[in-house]
Design a protein around this ligand. Structure first.
Ligand code: DX5
Ligand code: ZN
Length: 228
Protein backbone atom coordinates (compact mmCIF):
# COMPACT_ATOMS: atom_id res chain seq x y z
CA UNK A 1 0.00 0.00 0.00
CA UNK A 2 1.24 3.49 -0.81
CA UNK A 3 1.54 5.92 2.06
CA UNK A 4 1.89 9.02 -0.12
CA UNK A 5 0.59 10.03 -3.55
CA UNK A 6 3.24 10.06 -6.24
CA UNK A 7 4.54 13.52 -7.06
CA UNK A 8 6.76 14.70 -9.88
CA UNK A 9 8.65 17.78 -8.64
CA UNK A 10 10.02 19.94 -11.47
CA UNK A 11 13.40 21.39 -10.49
CA UNK A 12 13.63 25.03 -11.53
CA UNK A 13 17.43 24.84 -11.59
CA UNK A 14 16.96 23.67 -15.19
CA UNK A 15 14.40 26.38 -16.04
CA UNK A 16 15.05 29.70 -17.76
CA UNK A 17 15.69 31.64 -14.56
CA UNK A 18 15.15 35.01 -16.22
CA UNK A 19 11.56 33.86 -16.78
CA UNK A 20 11.07 31.88 -13.61
CA UNK A 21 7.40 32.78 -13.03
CA UNK A 22 6.42 31.85 -16.59
CA UNK A 23 8.39 28.59 -16.40
CA UNK A 24 6.63 27.60 -13.20
CA UNK A 25 3.23 28.51 -14.67
CA UNK A 26 3.86 26.02 -17.51
CA UNK A 27 4.30 23.07 -15.16
CA UNK A 28 1.65 24.29 -12.73
CA UNK A 29 -0.89 24.31 -15.58
CA UNK A 30 0.18 20.76 -16.46
CA UNK A 31 -0.61 19.53 -12.94
CA UNK A 32 2.66 19.80 -11.01
CA UNK A 33 1.99 19.25 -7.29
CA UNK A 34 5.26 20.69 -5.94
CA UNK A 35 8.24 22.77 -7.14
CA UNK A 36 11.82 21.79 -6.26
CA UNK A 37 14.22 24.69 -5.51
CA UNK A 38 17.99 24.02 -5.33
CA UNK A 39 20.21 26.18 -3.13
CA UNK A 40 24.00 25.80 -3.57
CA UNK A 41 26.68 27.73 -1.70
CA UNK A 42 29.91 26.96 -3.57
CA UNK A 43 31.28 25.19 -0.46
CA UNK A 44 29.14 22.14 0.25
CA UNK A 45 28.88 21.65 -3.50
CA UNK A 46 31.16 23.07 -6.22
CA UNK A 47 28.52 25.38 -7.68
CA UNK A 48 26.41 28.41 -6.70
CA UNK A 49 22.74 28.65 -7.64
CA UNK A 50 20.09 30.79 -5.98
CA UNK A 51 19.04 31.81 -2.50
CA UNK A 52 16.55 33.57 -0.24
CA UNK A 53 15.56 36.57 -2.45
CA UNK A 54 14.80 34.34 -5.45
CA UNK A 55 12.72 32.03 -3.27
CA UNK A 56 10.76 35.02 -1.91
CA UNK A 57 10.00 36.15 -5.48
CA UNK A 58 8.99 32.65 -6.54
CA UNK A 59 6.67 32.45 -3.52
CA UNK A 60 4.67 35.34 -4.98
CA UNK A 61 4.48 33.65 -8.38
CA UNK A 62 2.96 30.29 -7.35
CA UNK A 63 0.77 28.74 -4.70
CA UNK A 64 2.35 25.30 -5.16
CA UNK A 65 4.36 23.89 -2.23
CA UNK A 66 8.05 24.80 -2.48
CA UNK A 67 10.52 21.99 -1.75
CA UNK A 68 13.76 23.73 -0.81
CA UNK A 69 16.90 21.58 -1.11
CA UNK A 70 19.75 23.17 0.82
CA UNK A 71 23.14 22.10 -0.54
CA UNK A 72 24.92 24.41 1.88
CA UNK A 73 27.24 24.25 4.85
CA UNK A 74 25.93 25.36 8.26
CA UNK A 75 22.27 24.93 7.21
CA UNK A 76 21.08 25.76 10.73
CA UNK A 77 22.10 29.38 10.20
CA UNK A 78 19.78 29.75 7.21
CA UNK A 79 16.65 27.66 7.77
CA UNK A 80 14.77 30.53 9.39
CA UNK A 81 15.40 32.85 6.43
CA UNK A 82 14.22 30.20 3.96
CA UNK A 83 11.14 29.47 6.07
CA UNK A 84 10.25 33.17 6.13
CA UNK A 85 10.85 33.45 2.40
CA UNK A 86 8.11 30.86 1.82
CA UNK A 87 9.57 27.34 1.91
CA UNK A 88 6.97 24.65 2.64
CA UNK A 89 9.55 21.90 2.95
CA UNK A 90 13.22 22.35 3.86
CA UNK A 91 15.68 19.52 3.16
CA UNK A 92 19.14 19.48 4.68
CA UNK A 93 22.05 17.16 3.96
CA UNK A 94 23.12 14.61 6.55
CA UNK A 95 26.72 15.41 5.51
CA UNK A 96 26.37 19.18 6.00
CA UNK A 97 25.90 19.34 9.76
CA UNK A 98 27.19 17.61 12.86
CA UNK A 99 23.85 18.50 14.49
CA UNK A 100 21.31 16.83 12.26
CA UNK A 101 18.74 16.27 14.98
CA UNK A 102 18.97 19.88 16.16
CA UNK A 103 18.58 21.44 12.72
CA UNK A 104 15.65 19.16 11.84
CA UNK A 105 13.98 20.27 15.09
CA UNK A 106 14.67 23.91 14.18
CA UNK A 107 12.88 23.37 10.85
CA UNK A 108 9.87 21.73 12.51
CA UNK A 109 9.68 24.55 15.07
CA UNK A 110 9.34 26.96 12.14
CA UNK A 111 6.20 24.98 11.11
CA UNK A 112 7.88 23.81 7.93
CA UNK A 113 8.15 20.17 6.83
CA UNK A 114 11.63 18.81 7.59
CA UNK A 115 13.57 16.56 5.25
CA UNK A 116 16.99 14.92 5.27
CA UNK A 117 19.15 14.21 2.20
CA UNK A 118 21.94 11.68 1.60
CA UNK A 119 24.63 11.87 -1.06
CA UNK A 120 25.38 8.81 -3.23
CA UNK A 121 28.31 7.88 -0.96
CA UNK A 122 26.31 8.04 2.27
CA UNK A 123 24.50 4.92 3.53
CA UNK A 124 20.84 4.94 4.59
CA UNK A 125 21.97 3.53 7.96
CA UNK A 126 23.32 6.97 8.94
CA UNK A 127 19.70 8.16 9.24
CA UNK A 128 18.20 5.60 11.61
CA UNK A 129 18.15 7.97 14.59
CA UNK A 130 16.01 10.55 12.76
CA UNK A 131 13.75 8.41 10.59
CA UNK A 132 10.86 8.59 13.04
CA UNK A 133 10.70 12.37 12.83
CA UNK A 134 11.33 13.50 9.28
CA UNK A 135 8.68 14.27 6.69
CA UNK A 136 10.94 13.37 3.76
CA UNK A 137 14.09 11.35 3.06
CA UNK A 138 15.74 12.43 -0.19
CA UNK A 139 18.11 10.03 -1.92
CA UNK A 140 20.55 11.83 -4.22
CA UNK A 141 20.93 9.80 -7.39
CA UNK A 142 23.76 12.03 -8.65
CA UNK A 143 26.51 13.82 -6.76
CA UNK A 144 24.86 17.16 -6.00
CA UNK A 145 25.94 20.42 -7.58
CA UNK A 146 24.80 20.26 -11.18
CA UNK A 147 21.76 19.42 -13.24
CA UNK A 148 21.96 17.16 -16.26
CA UNK A 149 24.07 14.34 -14.77
CA UNK A 150 23.50 10.60 -15.26
CA UNK A 151 21.41 8.63 -12.80
CA UNK A 152 23.41 6.38 -10.42
CA UNK A 153 21.59 2.98 -10.46
CA UNK A 154 22.65 2.03 -6.90
CA UNK A 155 20.16 4.65 -5.67
CA UNK A 156 17.33 2.18 -6.36
CA UNK A 157 18.51 -0.09 -3.55
CA UNK A 158 18.57 2.83 -1.11
CA UNK A 159 14.96 3.62 -2.04
CA UNK A 160 13.94 -0.01 -1.50
CA UNK A 161 15.75 -0.04 1.84
CA UNK A 162 13.99 3.14 2.99
CA UNK A 163 10.63 1.70 2.01
CA UNK A 164 11.30 -1.47 4.02
CA UNK A 165 12.54 0.55 7.01
CA UNK A 166 9.56 2.91 7.13
CA UNK A 167 7.23 0.78 9.30
CA UNK A 168 10.13 -0.55 11.38
CA UNK A 169 11.03 2.98 12.47
CA UNK A 170 7.41 4.14 12.77
CA UNK A 171 8.26 6.40 9.90
CA UNK A 172 5.72 8.26 7.81
CA UNK A 173 8.33 9.89 5.63
CA UNK A 174 7.98 10.49 1.93
CA UNK A 175 10.82 8.94 -0.14
CA UNK A 176 12.20 11.41 -2.67
CA UNK A 177 14.81 10.95 -5.38
CA UNK A 178 16.81 13.69 -7.12
CA UNK A 179 19.22 13.59 -10.03
CA UNK A 180 19.11 12.11 -13.52
CA UNK A 181 15.41 11.22 -13.31
CA UNK A 182 14.04 10.74 -16.83
CA UNK A 183 11.38 8.90 -18.85
CA UNK A 184 13.52 5.74 -18.86
CA UNK A 185 13.95 5.28 -15.12
CA UNK A 186 10.73 6.74 -13.70
CA UNK A 187 8.85 3.40 -13.65
CA UNK A 188 11.69 1.60 -11.83
CA UNK A 189 11.91 4.43 -9.30
CA UNK A 190 8.21 4.34 -8.51
CA UNK A 191 8.22 0.55 -8.21
CA UNK A 192 11.24 0.73 -5.87
CA UNK A 193 9.23 3.03 -3.60
CA UNK A 194 9.91 6.64 -4.60
CA UNK A 195 7.01 8.95 -3.72
CA UNK A 196 8.47 12.24 -5.00
CA UNK A 197 10.60 12.33 -8.15
CA UNK A 198 12.60 15.50 -8.81
CA UNK A 199 13.20 16.20 -12.49
CA UNK A 200 15.02 19.18 -13.96
CA UNK A 201 16.60 18.57 -17.36
CA UNK A 202 14.04 15.99 -18.48
CA UNK A 203 11.25 18.56 -18.01
CA UNK A 204 12.66 22.04 -18.62
CA UNK A 205 15.24 21.21 -21.29
CA UNK A 206 12.53 20.05 -23.66
CA UNK A 207 10.49 21.94 -26.25
CA UNK A 208 7.33 21.50 -24.17
CA UNK A 209 7.85 21.22 -20.38
CA UNK A 210 4.11 20.80 -19.74
CA UNK A 211 3.96 17.80 -22.08
CA UNK A 212 7.12 16.32 -20.54
CA UNK A 213 5.65 16.61 -17.07
CA UNK A 214 2.38 14.99 -18.14
CA UNK A 215 4.28 12.15 -19.82
CA UNK A 216 6.32 11.54 -16.68
CA UNK A 217 3.19 11.60 -14.50
CA UNK A 218 1.53 9.05 -16.77
CA UNK A 219 4.60 6.78 -16.71
CA UNK A 220 4.72 7.02 -12.92
CA UNK A 221 1.07 6.12 -12.46
CA UNK A 222 1.07 3.40 -15.11
CA UNK A 223 4.08 1.75 -13.49
CA UNK A 224 1.89 1.01 -10.46
CA UNK A 225 -0.61 -0.86 -12.56
CA UNK A 226 2.21 -2.59 -14.51
CA UNK A 227 1.30 -0.95 -17.81
CA UNK A 228 4.95 -0.01 -18.41
C1 DX5 B 1 21.44 18.58 -8.37
C2 DX5 B 1 20.14 19.15 -7.89
C3 DX5 B 1 18.96 18.65 -8.64
C4 DX5 B 1 18.96 19.03 -10.10
C5 DX5 B 1 18.45 17.82 -10.83
O1 DX5 B 1 22.45 18.87 -7.50
O2 DX5 B 1 19.92 18.88 -6.53
O3 DX5 B 1 17.73 19.00 -8.05
O4 DX5 B 1 18.14 20.11 -10.43
O5 DX5 B 1 18.60 18.03 -12.17
P1 DX5 B 1 18.46 16.87 -13.24
O6 DX5 B 1 17.03 16.40 -13.18
O7 DX5 B 1 18.79 17.56 -14.50
O8 DX5 B 1 19.43 15.79 -12.86
ZN1 ZN C 1 17.79 19.16 -5.73
Amino acid sequence: MRTHPIEIAPSVLAADLANLAAEVRKVEAAGAQVIHFDVMDGHFVPNISMGVPVLASLRKATSLPLDVHLMIERPGEYVEAFAHAGADRILIHQEATAHLDRVLAQIRDLKVEAGVVINPGTPVATLVEVLDRVDTVLVMSVNPGFGGQSFIPGSLNKIRELKLMRPRYNGTYRIEVDGGVDMKNVADLVRAGADTLVAGTSIFHTADPAAALRQMQTLAHDSLTQKV
